[in-house]
Design a protein around this ligand. Sequence first.
Ligand SMILES: NC(=O)c1ccc[n+]([C@@H]2O[C@H](COP(=O)([O-])OP(=O)(O)OC[C@H]3O[C@@H](n4cnc5c(N)ncnc54)[C@H](OP(=O)(O)O)[C@@H]3O)[C@@H](O)[C@H]2O)c1
Length: 246
Amino acid sequence: MINGKVAIITGASSGIGEATAMTLAKAGVKVAIGARRVDRLEELSKKIIAEGGEVHFQKLDVTKREECDNFAKAVLDKWGSIDILVNNAGLMPLSFFKNLKVDEWDRMVDVNIKGVLYCTGSVISHMKEKKSGHIVNLSSVAGRVVFPAGSVYCATKFAVAAFTEGLRQEFSVRSNIRVTSIEPGIVATELTDTITDESLQQFVENGKKMETLQAQDIANAILYAVDSPPHVNVNEVLIRPTTQEK
Ligand SMILES: NC(=O)c1ccc[n+]([C@@H]2O[C@H](COP(=O)([O-])OP(=O)(O)OC[C@H]3O[C@@H](n4cnc5c(N)ncnc54)[C@H](OP(=O)(O)O)[C@@H]3O)[C@@H](O)[C@H]2O)c1
């Protein structure tokens, strides 16, 4: 069903974005992959091509609106359509608020919220005009449950969840654009690498000892959502490792 469609995946240089790009490409989707680490994108592109897939890669910093617009334009110039947007780029430098890591708050707001708005803004007119499309946003269990040292990160993921529901109300019925909020629990990726609050060292180590989800598990959920028949709008997918309590 999605064979031949075109998808943009942000933050595709590692983790969930990388696994999603490969999974969609194997399903016959033309994938446009963006992130700041272009060397990683180039490596992934080679792997996708080796699997017989079609790929476009380009540097993308989702905090820069112009880069988001240019990225979407390049994809439209190349393939003439954007059918799926996976707003995956994100970071999680957890910290206790009292430590006032203001730069990290700013980056989370800029990437996790504003990046999602900018990238969605870059494709929405096109999807609206052709009356079809699918926007997949990476929220989190942290978009449903707040935990200590996660106040800012959770705030960004609650924002993504709210934005996703707002998109559904505005565009699903009127413009046939489907929307999905993907809400993973703990997934083994590089996401915890940005944590600088030393008091969270133990928390990070404990997470590494758990039987977590793999990026592929989330890619499978994204494939399920985007490959569902047109009348099915998979609005939310919440996935925890079996061993994760909260
Ligand atoms: N891992 C988990 O446990 C978990 C759970 C729930 C939700 N999530 C969400 O899943 C998404 C993917 O995270 P992940 O776990 O796969 O972590 P990851 O491996 O660290 O991947 C994050 C991706 O975001 C990209 N990124 C960061 N800043 C960017 C920017 N300014 N512009 C463009 N791309 C940027 C990174 O690429 P560059 O550095 O190359 O730009 C990287 O490819 C995030 O939104 C995260 O919040 C993860």
